[in-house]
Unconditional design. Structure first.
Length: 137
């Protein structure tokens, strides 16, 4: 199963945000072991680097990004993705960019803790617990 993970899933694991980190960590581990094909949007990588550098310093942030790039494929954000997101209305542009990146990358679903933010998505939206149950993690 090819899934794009929302930024909040990675932050839950990195910051050990309880109670969310348990299911999110299982999903990251499943991606690492190849049980699922995990991907992140390019904007997620830059956001994580920015936050990690502020909290941990540049060297630690680079290490974290290196680990993410070993585990996940990256869904690019290009002009086509940005324009397609702009054509959609009624949702947050940043969220629409994530969805369009997922669609253009061929993701079969999007994993987030905020499914209400993606109520108009034309891609299956899952919360981490859904994936844990579906894949018996």
């Amino acid at each position: 199963m090819k899934l794009l993970l929302d930024t909040n899933i990675i932050l839950d694991v990195m910051l050990d945000r309880k109670p969310f980190s348990a299911d999110s960590a299982k999903i990251v581990a499943a991606a690492e072991s190849g049980i699922l094909e995990g991907s992140l949007c390019a904007t997620t990588i830059t956001t994580i680097h920015y936050l990690a550098a502020k909290a941990l310093g540049a060297k630690a942030a680079a290490k974290e990004i290196g680990l993410l790039l070993q585990i996940f494929r990256v869904a690019p954000v290009n002009e086509t993705v940005l324009k397609a997101a702009l054509q959609r209305h009624g949702q947050d542009y940043e969220d629409l960019v994530l969805l369009e990146a997922a669609r253009s990358f061929g993701a079969e679903g999007f994993v987030t803790r905020n499914p209400a933010d993606f109520s108009k998505a034309d891609l299956p939206i899952y919360v981490p617990a859904d994936i844990v149950v579906m894949l018996k993690l």
